[in-house]
Design a protein around this ligand. Structure first.
Ligand code: ADP
Ligand code: ADP
Length: 225
């Protein structure tokens, strides 16, 4: 029941080997973290799953379909960027509806999905605000709602807490986990924060210098020397 599968995936930038022979997978509903220091290839790996970066070699499958050379919109993934990347001139509701509108969903169905997503992240009262009127944590929840609105098979999160202060970060970990559990979406997320990885993940993929160094549950990774 593998939803995400990477087989010997590499990405070179000229002489730089950003990602080297990475193989990893995620089962249905699993929360898998890519953990490692800055520059170890986490974001490049995540972007290859999303389809924003093309692998130099290797295979990426989603729900057993070879997606290696498919464009992002075909991959059934939803991504939350480090900076949230909300559209500043659109309301919260319009932001969440954006992908549905591109798919030409009828208005009533869009509205009902937007409502459902706002409820999921508990921000229904902010539907008509614009992003600049929201706190960092609220913007993050809207970005999450937007990513989940299309009910993607895979949720991709790039350092989701890096713009939040330490206290909020701890609260958001629980919140995010709860939302992910609630919709049972397979999730890959990237962090350099070991504590974050240990508290949030079902499984951790430890990366170093573009390679997978270790894979295990938080318990296994914590125990390891
Ligand atoms: P991480 O997310 O773990 O910080 P990245 O995946 O961003 O690591 O980067 C891995 C390596 O690839 C780094 O050495 C980085 O400088 C290089 N790299 C990433 N993107 C590019 C790019 N577009 N052009 C050139 N080098 C890149
Ligand atoms: P349009 O005329 O293109 O539908 P709107 O600005 O009325 O433009 O809405 C844009 C999107 O935002 C729509 O998809 C709509 O479903 C959603 N939307 C707007 N307001 C709300 C709201 N209060 N609650 C839920 N969804 C909303």
């Amino acid at each position: 029941d593998l939803v995400v599968q990477l087989q010997s995936v590499s990405r070179h930038y000229g002489e730089t080997v950003a990602v080297a022979n990475v193989s990893l997978d995620a089962r249905r509903g699993e929360l898998v973290c890519l953990l490692g220091p800055s520059g170890c290839g986490k974001t490049t790996t995540l972007r290859m799953v999303a389809g924003f970066v093309e692998p130099t070699s290797g295979t990426i499958s989603i729900n057993s379909i070879n997606m290696t050379h498919q464009p992002p919109y075909r991959r059934d993934t939803g991504m939350v960027f480090q900076s949230y990347a909300l559209f500043p001139h659109m309301t919260v509701a319009e932001n969440i509806a954006f992908g549905l509108e591109n798919l030409k969903w009828p208005r009533a169905e869009r509205e009902s999905r937007v409502k459902e997503m706002l409820k999921l992240v508990e921000l229904s009262h902010l539907a008509q605000r614009v992003p600049s009127q929201l706190s960092g944590g609220q913007q993050q929840r809207i970005a999450l709602a937007r990513a989940l609105a299309m009910r993607p098979a895979v949720l991709l999160l790039d350092e989701p807490f890096s713009n939040l202060d330490a206290q909020l970060r701890v609260r958001m970990r629980e919140e995010l986990r709860e939302v992910i559990r609630g919709v049972n979406v397979t999730t890959l997320f990237v962090t350099h924060d070991q504590e974050e990885a240990l508290t949030m993940s079902d499984r951790i993929v430890v990366m170093n210098s573009g390679q997978v160094e270790q894979v295990g549950t938080p318990g296994e990774i914590y125990e390891a020397p």
